[in-house]
Ligand binder design. Sequence first.
Ligand code: NAD
Length: 344
Amino acid sequence: TLFAHPDFDDHERILFAHDAASGLEAIVAIHSTRLGPAAGGCRMWPYASEEEAIADALRLSRGMTYKNAVAGLDLGGGKAVIIADPRTQKTPELLRAFGRAVETLGGRYVTAEDVGVSVEDMEIVRETTAHVAGLSSGAHASGDPSPVTARGVFEGVRRAMKVATGSDDLAGRTVAVQGLGHVGRHLCALLHAAGARLVVSDIDPARIADAERVFDARAVAPDAIVATEADVFAPCALGGVLDDVSIPRLKARIVAGAANNQLARPEHADALHARGILYVPDFALNAGGIINVAREIEGRTDERWLDERLARMVDNIEAILVEARDRGVSPNGVAEAFARARLA
Ligand code: NAD
């Protein structure tokens, strides 16, 4: 059932969109429009089952509500998932059919790119809906949000280091980056420039080779990155990486990365806390991209607004980490309470 689903959390609306001609099978989950139109990216992934896709859509959309609330944006939370392999099943017809589905929601949901979907894809989605952001052309186009997401994660890693060690200097620190995609690669560039040593993993050998060459990174196998000796573990691939198996294997004292829904279950935040690992809540840390998208939705072009919002986001993160430290609790609960207070 859906209403009794463990990840169903008072979601306002869920759209199941199907288009036989293009093969579109999509789920748009609107968790909350309390603070404004629900905004969140569209993910394309070859889910093994519909149940898996539904659970992902529900969890991701709720995460967007919290993320937008903590970032201080006047946006609600929503997310779309398309059940398809982006390498073989992504066609312009399918993207246009997705746009038509988004258009039926009349602006309650604004879509953008996420895993498996690019800025170029969103230009096609735009042909059939007005409710799309993260575009590369047009009056307020904000383009690929990933560099801004990476900037936010990078600054957040520095603040976490400051809270954990008293210094935000990353020179000589080791950061283990899982996933060298849009965000992971930009993050590596910033970390490398700051003098950090990089250990990386990806399932794509070309991305590994690039990181070895450009950032002097050391590569490890995908299943070894969690247990790498490092100061920071930065998950930048998919969600659910922090679970009963991985948490006991972690060697880093800080977990801070871009991936959404890193905790397999909420109680894994406490498991990290019990091990003395500082976990920076993903939804607070990876809001740079949606801040960039919000700038486009609000029709702004100025960089100052973006810089000011990013600075506020990073200050919020430090405040959350300090409060959690002072109270001896996990930062995750503190960040969620921060979001709930704004929603109330
Ligand atoms: P992406 O698809 O560009 O990159 C993901 C990378 O992870 C790819 O290189 C892929 O090969 C790799 N990968 C997949 N499985 C892996 C595994 N088991 N081990 C190691 N690497 C693996 O996606 P992205 O845009 O960089 O986003 C990364 C994460 O950050 C996602 O969880 C996304 O939801 C989240 N996020 C992204 C943004 C953004 O601005 N793009 C914003 C907020 C959150």
